[in-house]
Write a protein that binds this ligand. Structure first.
Ligand code: FAD
Length: 480
């Protein structure tokens, strides 16, 4: 899968009368028909997906979402749910000129914060960073944290079951909700906005919708779990020789600090160099360059001296020759700068040209061997390719990316995407890994899904889709 561009369909065009009926639900101001105004909603930032649509609707209430779905179901109109349009597998892009994009960004109310129960009830279009800030105002933490947090939405985070930089300690989006409100394909509204930690009254349906990428229902609100705000933190950039050394450091850190290890991210030298050369104000915190870098952060809701603990861990790691150098942030500003070195990599790897991207997971213990084998195999396949594996090492999740060889064009390189998939996925299968750790399936990995899922599991997925969306109007062509 490389670049996907929509092609005009031969199906009968959706009628103007029907478009008028859809538009009337939200009002003309929030029904976008002008192709120029539609354009930003139809491409994603890496220029891998270019879509088309009949209409973009921006409903402002659950009742409007319900009315849209009722009409879509009655008329067999395809609906593509979209939040902040930051998804990386094309799930939020409409490729059908007869489909309608349902953008949730106007569903942006924080309905309630119950600090004593540690919950916050948010509508699905609330931007993640705003949810984090709202929790902080109540001295609470909403721990989901990722590079796109300034524009991605809670609905998109749940739709993709996003992971991010603190999943190591707090879990993925699925672990961070207690209840959901969902508009079903036929327009019925399921009110499952419970704030209960314990509720064993039958099947737990909320987990069907989390990670379903808009194919089973439109999430309109969620009860988020909050945690005590951290009162102490210690953050370090570490230079080391290999992923095995990083694994040794991870195990040592967790043995000494347990769940206080909230972030453990890895990046290669070439990635650090891209960020240092291009990120405004970025400085190398270490005196020399290293083959690999780890960003490690300890946090605690208690007033503990985590700096001392981190110094002890890093000191022991130096003694055991796991690491070569490390520096601990001296201030909050430096802590943020350290984190930006890692989070900036998604953006600044672009300076090397085309990138073939993978979002893979293996058991944490297998990461060093998996990286070794994968890098060697792709280098053999494409001599001169520049490996750029980075990511959430503590979760066993590597963004196993490769940048184009010098002298190649982007198009020439991206045309080899399928070959790289084949080689890497064969190795991945031997390690018992997953082809999608946190980004989802979307359109990018749809054709691969049936071959990697247990056949019975795949059949169950299709059966669930049939029950919840019998007319196949929710995000058709995605996931299944
Ligand atoms: C710079 C960058 C860094 C990223 N880092 C990470 C990371 O560390 N970890 C990670 O997991 N992901 C990461 N992502 C990808 C991640 O999937 C998204 O950033 C985010 O979770 C999607 O939110 P969104 O609102 O943009 O959703 P969109 O992109 O709009 O949609 C994503 C999917 O969810 C569906 N969807 C959207 N809203 C709803 C809804 N209300 N109900 C049902 N379905 C819905 C869409 O149909 C689509 O299939 C990153 C992306 C970028 C650009």
């Amino acid at each position: 899968m490389a670049i996907v561009k929509a092609v005009p369909s031969s199906a009968t065009k959706i009628g103007g009368d029907l478009l008028d009926r859809f538009s009337a639900i939200v009002g003309a101001k929030y029904a976008i028909r002008d192709p120029k105004q539609q354009a930003p909603y139809l491409r994603e930032e890496r220029d891998l997906y270019f879509g088309q649509t009949a209409l973009i609707l921006k409903p402002g209430s659950v009742a409007e979402v319900s009315a849209i779905m009722k009409l879509a179901n009655e008329t067999g109109t395809a609906i593509v749910p979209q939040g902040g349009n930051t998804g990386l597998v094309g799930g939020q892009i409409s490729f059908d000129e007869n489909a309608i994009v349902l953008n949730t960004t106007r569903l942006n109310k924080i309905r309630e914060t119950d600090a004593a129960a540690n919950t916050m009830t948010c509508e699905s279009g609330v931007v993640l960073a705003r949810a984090q800030e709202a929790a902080a105002k109540h001295n609470r933490l909403f721990p989901l944290s990722l590079g796109a947090e300034g524009s991605c939405t809670i609905g998109g985070n749940l739709g993709t079951n996003a992971g991010g930089m603190q999943a190591l300690a707090y879990g993925v989006a699925r672990d961070l909700i207690l209840g959901l409100e969902v508009v079903l394909a036929d327009g019925r509204v399921w009110n499952g906005l419970r704030k209960l930690k314990k509720d064993n009254t039958g099947y737990d349906l909320r987990h069907l919708f989390v990670g379903s990428e808009g194919t089973l229902g439109i999430i309109t609100a969620a009860v988020l779990k909050l945690f005590p705000a951290p009162r102490s933190a210690a953050t370090s950039v570490v230079g080391l020789k290999s992923p095995q050394a990083a694994l040794d450091l991870l195990n040592l850190s967790q043995a000494r600090a347990g769940s206080a290890v909230t972030t453990f991210e890895i990046m290669p030298k070439i990635g650090m160099e891209c960020v240092l050369a291009n990120q405004s104000g970025a400085r190398d915190p270490l005196a020399a360059r290293h083959d690999w870098y780890v960003l490690i952060e300890l946090t605690s809701p208690m007033d503990s001296n985590l700096r001392v603990l981190l110094e002890e861990i890093l000191g022991e790691a130096v003694d055991k020759r796991f690491i070569d150098d490390a520096v601990i942030a001296e201030s909050e500003a430096q802590r943020i700068a350290f984190r930006k070195l890692r989070s900036g990599l998604s953006e600044y790897q672009k300076v090397l040209g085309g990138s073939i991207k993978q979002d893979l997971s293996v058991p944490v213990s297998a990461i060093p061997a998996f990286l070794d084998e994968g890098i060697a195999a792709v280098k053999k396949l494409i001599p001169g390719v520049r490996p750029m594996p980075f990511g959430h090492m503590g979760d066993g999740n590597i963004h196993f990316n490769f940048s184009q060889p010098e002298g190649w064009t982007r198009e020439q390189f991206l045309a080899r995407w399928g070959d790289v998939d084949k080689v890497l996925h064969e190795i991945l299968a031997r390690f018992g890994g997953s082809i999608s750790a946190e980004h989802g399936i979307g359109i990018q990995k749809r054709d691969k899904l049936a071959s990697v899922k247990d056949p019975v599991e795949y059949e169950m997925m299709r059966a669930i889709k049939k029950v919840l969306d019998p007319n196949g109007i929710l995000n058709p062509g995605k996931v299944l």
